[in-house]
Design a binder for this molecule. Structure first.
Ligand code: F6R
Length: 352
């Protein structure tokens, strides 16, 4: 059911505006956003939330931390499932565990769920698959309504997870001043305009990534978390060794890897980090890097190659990731790789 598409990945990237609109609908009741009051009560009662996930879902969790701490004011820790199980932190008095998993079957995450249940803690699973193991075994479930995701590289599940996390954060603090319904609708429209710019993304992939063996994505603050997901997306399907790096941290060692022609792609979505990230871009460019900037309109510079219409500052990952997904897709396409089924990977990882 790829329809007119050559690959599921591109189809699923294109579905993102539709998925965001479906999430708004699914979480709407009498014209307002709505989440089961029992879930909201459990979140409000918690003194700390522990987000547990792997891979792309872990990266969505990092954005979720920003959303929940900023909108709902509850402290959040985000942990890689396979690490948490051994390197368990000191847990707060009233924790709530949030498992983020597209498939709901990831063994590493399930191992943590089994462990925290034994300790008597409550849990919520955010998943794409109703009736999945993590959904059945947790106290609560929130569905992300992304529809089946077939390509191994996760795209629409990432944005759907973030959208649902934003609704959760919003519902926990009814006094917030965001019109989230409106802001998410705007996000859907902006993603649509980005999906209409495939020729530009293909050209950028050709120009920056066709010859290279390595690549850096850099950003600060929320853009750093997007850089982590960006690097995973590019490396898993194009096999280009890619690092997502905190822009300000490069000069503390890693900048030694920059040589003539190294692609460095910067994500710039926040006003407070704009100038500092730009000075990091300058630093690497003066050492020969091929720099590409993805920025939001209100803070862009004339030379930025990808300029994205503004959205709410906490929701920028939902839009900045889209050109990144497309660039990864075209980089892999130009290398004639098996985009939907990259080597060594499976869609759901059921071993620890
Ligand atoms: C990357 C990717 C993986 C998954 C990870 C967790 O594109 O898809 O990193 O995100 O294996 O899977 P779920 O979300 O099913 O628990």
């Amino acid at each position: 059911e790829k329809g007119t598409y050559d690959h599921f990945m591109l189809k699923e990237i294109d579905e993102q505006p539709f998925v965001i609109r479906r999430i708004i609908q699914e979480y709407e009741k009498d014209g307002n956003l709505h989440i089961d009051p029992e879930i909201i009560a459990d979140v409000k009662e918690a003194d700390r939330l522990y987000i547990i996930a792997a891979g792309t879902s872990y990266h969505a969790g990092l954005i979720g931390k920003q959303l929940i701490e900023n909108i709902a004011g509850i402290p959040v820790e985000v942990h890689i499932s396979s690490e948490f199980i051994y390197n368990t932190p000191i847990i707060s008095k009233k924790p709530l565990f949030i498992f983020i998993s597209q498939s709901g079957e990831t063994a590493d995450s399930r191992a943590v769920l089994v462990k925290i249940k034994k300790l008597g803690y409550k849990s919520l699973t955010i998943t794409n698959v109703e009736g999945s193991t993590l959904s059945r075994e947790a106290n609560h479930t929130l569905l992300i309504h992304a529809g089946p995701e077939i390509a191994v590289a996760s795209t629409k599940a990432y944005t759907a997870q973030i959208a649902v996390l934003s609704i959760l954060a919003y519902m926990v603090n009814e006094d917030n001043e965001i019109d989230l319904h409106h802001e998410l609708s705007l996000v859907a429209t902006v993603i649509e305009t980005l999906c209409d710019r495939k020729e530009l993304m293909e050209e950028l992939a050709r120009k920056f990534l066709s010859e290279t063996r390595n690549c850096f994505y850099i950003g600060r603050h929320i853009d750093y978390y997007v850089a982590l997901e960006a690097a995973l997306k590019l490396k898993e399907i194009s096999y280009i060794q890619t690092e997502g790096f905190a822009a300000g941290e490069l000069k503390h060692g890693t900048i030694a890897l920059i040589e003539k022609g190294t692609p460095v792609i910067a994500v710039i979505s926040q006003e407070d980090i704009n100038l500092n990230t730009r000075s990091n871009v300058k630093e690497v460019r003066s050492r020969g890097a091929n720099t590409l900037v993805i920025a939001l309109d209100s803070i862009c510079a004339g030379t930025d190659q990808v300029v994205i219409d503004d959205v709410h500052p906490l929701l920028t990952p939902l839009v900045t990731i889209v050109p990144i997904q497309l660039i990864a897709y075209y980089a892999a396409l130009h290398r004639e790789l098996d985009i939907d089924k990259p080597r060594n990977l499976a869609k759901s990882v059921t071993v620890e």
